[in-house]
Design a protein around this ligand. Structure first.
Ligand SMILES: [Zn+2]
Length: 123
């Protein structure tokens, strides 16, 4: 009886496979689209939360590294000079002191233009 086997819709085995294949391709396409949306969302979230903070943190580190080079202590060649602000006759004065040896600079009147590494206040 050399008749091709058909299902109840009259499709041959081959046609069935073609149809299934077509459906799977459609499914993959829509899944890819969903995945793209998720990826885009995660990308945006990264920018908003992670990457921006990371960039800012990197920028802060760069600035700090630069300051460490500028204010490297030449007395011990190990530490960096940190700004210590103190009060003198009701005015703000400062000196820079090495965080590794006893080297320090003479006191000067403090202004907002003074830049450098500020002492981390330890409790
Ligand atoms: Zn030093």
């Amino acid at each position: 009886m050399g008749k091709a086997r058909t299902d109840r819709y009259g499709n041959t085995r081959e046609q069935k496979l073609i149809n299934e294949n077509r459906m799977l391709k459609k499914m993959i396409k829509s899944l890819r689209r969903e995945l793209q949306k998720v990826n885009n969302y995660e990308h945006i979230r990264d920018i908003l939360e992670g990457n921006c903070q990371e960039e800012q943190a990197q920028e802060t580190r760069n600035v700090l590294e630069n300051l460490k080079k500028i204010w490297a202590c030449h007395a011990c060649n190990e530490g960096v000079l940190e700004i210590n602000i103190y009060s003198k006759l009701g005015e703000s004065w400062y000196y820079r002191k090495c965080n590794s040896c006893a080297h320090r600079t003479p006191g000067k009147k403090y202004t907002s233009e003074v830049t450098g590494i500020y002492t981390q206040h330890k409790k």
